[in-house]
Design a protein around this ligand. Structure first.
Ligand code: BEZ
Ligand code: FE
Length: 304
């Protein structure tokens, strides 16, 4: 006679239904998901109305998604899941620059720009120059790495959130580092901003008395052949909400002072008026890691 309770045998039956899954990684993921999800339900013991409310919440989250809005990424972000995934994957490359969340607004191609160009030509605010080097973990410069950057305007909106107000590409730039791995671009000093609250994720924040704000930052994706691609931010030191990012994405190492540079020669070299605000970040890439990647890729294809 089985000693399993009704709920345990149900969990076993679902696990058993995945027994013939040919992709072992997919089988592992679905098995773990089943175990944890069933344990969660067994612990919470939702009423039918609560279960329906959960289904309605997830349905509304999906329905809020379109080509410029990704409410599921936002949900993953505010639950700390995006940051957990980043942190787990970051552990493989401890000597590289820390990664942080992608966020939901990397959804259009950034315009190619020349070094020094202004990424925010339509934005008002204090002019800043952001510059640094792309280095390997050995300290060698990586020539000609690609650097994709994006940021919100002073009102806290990305271009894709303000059709008719901002052109697509305002606040974005795709740069190529020079032969010494150096890059620089102009922009406006970013400000803190709220993540979108006009959807189910906003309702969740309101219901839990959480604020929706992110500290001031600029997003980066840095890539070079032979290196692991890095998704990260530079956070403006001293920004409001640096201690309580709504998406838990701040890492101490990514907070950089944005300081005033009073050197008129530097201003002339960067094509800005003196004095100007300057943010410095050197970005360290780790050589490409091949282990696990094919299995994860296959999993992605299968569950898509
Ligand atoms: C962002 O920084 O663009 C962002 C990240 C997570 C959620 C919402 C926005
Ligand atoms: Fe952002």
């Amino acid at each position: 006679m089985s000693t399993e309770s009704g709920t345990e045998s149900l969990t076993s039956a679902v696990l058993e239904s995945f027994a013939e899954t040919p992709n072992q990684r997919l089988k592992e993921i679905l098995g773990s998901l089943t175990k944890h999800l069933h344990a969660f339900i067994a612990e919470v013991e939702p009423s039918i109305e609560e279960w329906e409310a959960g289904i309605d919440f997830l349905t509304a989250t999906g329905q809020k998604c379109d080509s410029v809005r990704q409410e599921f990424i936002l949900l993953s972000d505010v639950l700390g899941v995006s940051m957990l995934v980043e942190t787990i994957n970051d552990a493989e490359t401890p000597d590289a620059t820390d990664s942080t969340v992608l966020g939901p607004f990397h959804m259009v191609e950034s315009p190619k720009r020349g070094l020094g160009e202004n990424i925010s030509p339509e934005s008002e605010g204090d002019i800043c120059v952001v510059r640094g080097r792309i280095l390997s973990v050995t300290g060698q410069p990586i020539p000609r790495a690609s650097i994709d950057v994006w940021q919100a305007n002073m009102e806290g909106f990305y271009d894709v959130q303000q059709p008719g107000i901002q052109s697509i590409g305002n606040g974005r730039g795709l740069f190529t580092a020079d032969d010494n791995g150096e890059f620089y671009f102009r922009s406006v000093v970013p400000s803190y901003y709220p993540i979108p609250t006009d959807g189910p994720v906003g309702d969740l924040l309101a219901a839990t008395n959480r604020h929706p704000n992110r500290p001031a930052h600029i997003h980066f994706i840095v890539a070079a052949p032979g290196y692991k691609e890095l998704t990260t931010h530079i956070f403006v030191g001293g920004s409001e909400y640096i201690e309580s990012d709504a998406v838990f994405a701040v890492k101490e190492s990514l907070i950089k002072p944005f300081t005033t540079n009073t050197d008129p020669d530097a201003a002339a070299a960067f094509g800005v008026n003196s004095p100007f605000v300057e943010g410095l970040i050197d970005i360290v890439l780790h050589p490409e890691i091949h282990a696990h990647t094919p299995t994860h890729e296959t999993t992605k294809e299968i569950v898509r």
